[in-house]
Write a protein that binds this ligand. Structure first.
Ligand SMILES: *[C@@H]1O[C@H](CO)[C@@H](O)[C@H](O)[C@H]1NC(C)=O
Ligand SMILES: *[C@@H]1O[C@H](CO)[C@@H](O)[C@H](O)[C@H]1NC(C)=O
Ligand SMILES: *[C@@H]1O[C@H](CO)[C@@H](O)[C@H](O)[C@H]1NC(C)=O
Length: 184
């Protein structure tokens, strides 16, 4: 009976590590590894990210992001983060639920989002909103197809600021044009 209790306790303790039906846990925030106990896939992930805009600022207040399977691949879980660099664990801005049917949650910093249940999903839509950053932002995702098949930080897309340098250059060119107009 004692041995049975130990066996049951071991299974109960091990199972949450395998399941995570309610989203990626706080322990997975920095590494973005689901801790499923299986080895992550090294193949090209059958998923993609589509951005509503590759730039922010200059009138773009938020960027809509769609995570979807390519070639019909579904997924049960995901953890996406907005990072200044792929390997920088500090997130930037906010990721929030923007899906018509699915509800997402977040057990990490504001710039993170994860699934809240483990049904098979064809896509997940959320949005990124900047706070005060002027840096490039990488939307980076780990995707879980099932308990034994998952990809870590395998898909990512970059959003770049509508830079003040570009605006300054345009302003400079405009003033040069005005000067030329006077000279000619
Ligand atoms: C994530 O956060 C939600 C809501 O705060 C909570 O209900 C859920 O249990 C958390 N999930 C994990 C795996 O920590
Ligand atoms: C990580 O990103 C944050 C937010 O942009 C930044 O403040 C910090 O300097 C970065 N850290 C490193 C080591 O690059
Ligand atoms: C997980 O998905 C892979 C690839 O589709 C499949 O080969 C495998 O049998 C699945 N495993 C489980 C436990 O569902």
């Amino acid at each position: 009976m004692d041995i049975l209790a130990v066996v049951i306790a071991t299974i109960v303790l091990a199972c949450p590590v395998l399941g995570y039906g309610s989203g990626a846990p706080p322990g997975a925030c920095a590494s973005m590894i689901p801790n499923h106990g299986a080895v992550p896939q090294t193949s090209v992930a059958p998923y993609s990210l589509t951005l509503s805009s590759a730039k922010y600022g200059c009138g773009v207040d938020s960027v809509s992001v769609t995570l979807a399977g390519t070639g019909g691949a579904n997924f049960r879980g995901f953890l996406c983060q907005a990072r200044a660099d792929m390997d920088n664990v500090t997130t930037v801005g906010t990721l929030s639920d923007d899906d018509a049917t699915l509800t997402f949650t977040n057990n990490c910093s504001a710039g993170s989002i994860t699934h809240s249940e483990k049904s098979d999903k064809a896509s997940a839509k959320f949005k990124w909103s900047p706070s005060n950053e002027k840096s490039n932002v990488h939307i980076v995702c780990s995707v879980v197809q099932n308990v034994s098949t998952y990809w870590v930080k395998a898909i990512h897309e970059q959003i770049t600021p509508c830079s003040s340098a570009t605006s300054a250059t345009l302003a400079f060119l405009a003033s040069v044009a005005v000067l030329l107009a006077f000279v000619i």
